[in-house]
Design a protein around this ligand. Structure first.
Ligand code: ZN
Length: 294
């Protein structure tokens, strides 16, 4: 699936994969007010060429496999979008080692889920499922996309989980977000080819997925649980489907769907709401006003 034209094979995106873009709102110029997010690497950074389009999003989710975001943070994504924020997703791999379905089917399912979640954009990096590495080559590819989207917040896989790809993705994303803020690392925009400027997201949060890890905060997703379920079910090849001819997998049984619901209920229970999604932060979080906590 990788483009043979790409000098860096792992950076190839997929020409057939639909870029889900919504109105001009997300394209070209920063949507966020300057000064709202004050990181040193971004404060004084301006594009060298004013006419070079920059696709800003407020939140960028980066996950090892298509369906990771849906299972862990689709409710948070839907909530953010209802608040007027823009969200994009980067899938690192096509999930081609999955027991059921195929890479092509997963791409179609990911596109459908993107529409349900009303994403501004979704890209697949084409890294090797199970074998991608946290090395310079992979970091440079991700850095160019982070600088392309310039998100204030990055959501990514949890630091330690049942699937080894999740923890490795967390390390890769963490390092790439940091290095993205270093101006001596030079990259070009993966869409326009224009030189990029350094940019570092303000926050990286890790979503709790399979193994229970105590979250540092929980987002109330109660109004969005049903829509989240629809986004998960877009992956018809992966989850419970009594008519599927494929062999059973860890996530394909009805009990797994019940587990996903109980995980969201458990997270919600901890903050006195019906459903929630939990996130971990490596750095201490602060608020300016005590009453902003719920
Ligand atoms: Zn995964």
């Amino acid at each position: 699936m990788r483009s043979s034209k790409s000098a860096n094979p792992i950076s190839a995106s997929f020409p057939d994969f639909p870029r889900i873009r919504f109105p001009s709102s997300v394209c070209c110029f920063p949507l966020r007010c300057s000064g709202m997010y004050g990181h040193e690497a971004t404060k004084n950074s301006k594009p060298k060429t004013e006419n070079v389009p920059i696709m800003n999003v407020d939140v960028l989710c980066i996950a090892a496999h298509p369906d990771d975001v849906e299972m862990t943070s689709a409710g948070t994504v839907l909530s953010l979008i209802d608040q007027g924020k823009t969200v994009a997703v980067i899938d690192l791999t096509q999930g081609e080692l999955g027991t059921r379905g195929s890479a092509e089917i997963r791409l179609q399912e990911a596109a459908e889920a993107a529409q349900i979640m009303r994403l501004a954009d979704r890209q697949n990096m084409g890294f090797r499922d199970g074998f991608f590495r946290n090395d310079e080559e992979h970091q440079r590819t991700l850095i160019s996309w982070i600088r392309h989207y310039r998100p204030a917040i990055v959501l990514t896989n949890t630091v330690e989980d049942r699937h080894p790809d999740h923890g490795r993705a967390a390390e890769l994303v963490t390092d790439s977000c940091f290095y993205s803020g270093l101006r001596q690392i030079q990259t070009t925009d993966p869409v326009t080819g224009a030189p990029q400027v350094a940019y570092r997201p303000d926050f990286v949060y890790y979503f709790v997925q399979d193994r229970f890890l105590k979250p540092d905060f929980v987002v109330d997703i109660t109004p969005y649980r049903e829509q989240k379920l629809q986004a998960i079910k877009a992956y018809k090849s992966q989850f419970f489907n009594s008519e599927s001819p494929d062999p059973q997998s860890y996530i394909s049984g009805e009990p797994f769907m019940k587990f996903l619901e109980s995980r969201d209920r458990d997270m919600g229970h901890m903050i006195n709401v019906e459903f929630g999604e939990g996130f971990i932060s490596k750095r201490m979080l602060g608020v300016k006003h005590l009453f902003w906590l719920s």
